[in-house]
Design a protein around this ligand. Structure first.
Ligand code: PLP
Length: 400
């Protein structure tokens, strides 16, 4: 008999998980939900979910597939029809050639694709450059894989522009990967040619892989266009593209995404998927084929509605004391600058929830350079946004 003292529940929690905070965006939604449960009329601008239902022809495709018996495991990297549709889409929309058999893995959501790639391609101890403000899950994913997340802080007074100088200052001999996201969550920025070039130059010179998160590529305003970094000279061989159906096809709940790129990397990601999720849901993949190959007009209608709301939100907020809000160039978030109010982003988010009953995400959740800002999702109804602007103005005052 050993005299070892009994282990406490916390002794069983792996440090890599214990040291992670739950998703701050989900935390905002939880707080908003609690208030709603108490009967408070909360306008929730915290989430990142299109306020549209998936188009009928896509829903029907899933029902038809299910009724036809498509209810079994499928090939781990995805059904061939979907992998082919993804490869055709990448060629037609982005000018990128990938082999559907070996260069694409269909995953249960784009988030899962990123996580599997982190496990497959980030060696414990490796540095991963993350220009920020950045989506909340990159840092935890890198750390769960054993890597070290190295922030590249972007300057709000320079419109969060990505520069060679900023990248050079952050890169180390241990750097292996850089993660970029355009259109960006949370800033709404779309990377322009010289910014993409700066990343490409660094990646080639320092021999880095690029994880290019292109989830919001279809959601663009004011004539902005999307260029995948994989199309820059010498970049296809070192870029992994992450995308999915969640945002463009209003399919967040279906969980359908993918990673595409060079076979030597994608095949290792496939290994991780085969030992974890096995495959994305069979009939959801059938619907994914219809999403990619069917009529695309729905996207323009949805983006048109968000464009209207985006303008209304930034115009409305520009009349509120202490707030500056540039209209987003892409995605569906306004990243409002509240530095003139003197509040930290967490205090501002608490204040707006308490006093205005509007739920927003504190900018610091997206990294230190998001401090002084809050993220407001405009993927919600015109009425909700109007109400939010009115209440935020009532709470902070108007500048005329
Ligand atoms: C920047 C970014 N990347 C990836 C994802 C993952 O999306 P999904 O897992 O729904 O495909 C999201 C979702 O909010 C996102 O904002």
């Amino acid at each position: 008999m050993t005299t070892q003292t009994r282990r406490q529940p916390t002794d069983f929690i792996a440090a890599r998980v214990r040291d992670q905070a739950p998703s701050p965006t989900l935390a905002v939604s939880d707080k908003a939900r609690q208030l709603k449960a108490q009967g408070v009329d909360v306008v929730d601008l915290g989430g990142g979910d299109p306020d549209f239902i998936t188009p009928a022809h896509i829903r029907q495709a899933a029902i038809d597939a299910m009724n036809a018996g498509d209810t079994h495991y499928v090939a781990s990297p995805g059904i061939p029809a979907l992998r082919k549709a993804i490869a055709a889409k990448l060629l037609a929309d982005n000018g990128i050639e990938v082999d559907p058999m070996g260069g694409v893995v269909v995953t249960p959501g784009g988030k899962q694709a990123l996580f599997e790639a982190a496990l497959a391609l980030i060696e414990p101890g490796a540095d991963v450059l993350i220009p920020e403000p950045a989506w909340v899950s990159y840092v935890p994913m890198v750390e769960l894989a054993g890597g070290r997340a190295v922030p590249v802080g972007l300057d709000p007074d320079d419109n969060f522009r990505l520069t060679s100088e900023g990248l050079e200052a952050a890169v180390t001999p241990a750097s292996r990967v850089i993660i970029i996201c355009s259109p960006n969550n949370p800033t709404g920025r779309v990377l322009v040619q010289d910014e993409l070039q700066a990343v490409a130059d660094l990646a080639r010179e320092r021999d880095l892989l690029v994880f290019s998160d292109e989830m919001y590529e279809k959601i663009l305003y004011d004539g902005h266009t999307h260029t995948s970094i994989a199309t820059l000279p010498g970049m296809a061989e070192r870029t992994l593209i992450f995308n999915g159906m969640s945002k463009a096809y209003a399919m967040t709940g279906w969980r359908l995404g993918y990673v595409a790129g060079p076979k030597p990397y994608v095949s290792e990601i496939e290994k991780v998927q085969s030992h974890s999720a096995t495959c994305a849901t069979s009939f959801v993949q059938a619907a994914g084929v219809v999403a990619l190959t069917g009529p695309q007009g729905f996207i323009g209608n949805m983006v048109g509605a968000w464009d209207r709301r985006r303008r209304a939100l930034s115009t409305g907020l520009s009349h509120v004391k202490g707030i500056t809000c540039r209209p987003a160039e892409g995605a569906f978030y306004a990243f409002a600058d509240l530095r003139d109010t003197g509040m930290s982003s967490a205090d501002a988010a608490d204040f707006l929830l308490r006093e205005a009953h509007v739920a927003v995400t504190p900018g610091a959740a997206f990294g230190a350079s998001g401090e002084g800002h809050v993220r407001l999702s405009f993927a919600t109804s015109d009425e909700a946004l109007e109400k939010a602007v009115q209440r935020i103005g009532d709470a902070l005052g108007r500048s005329g």
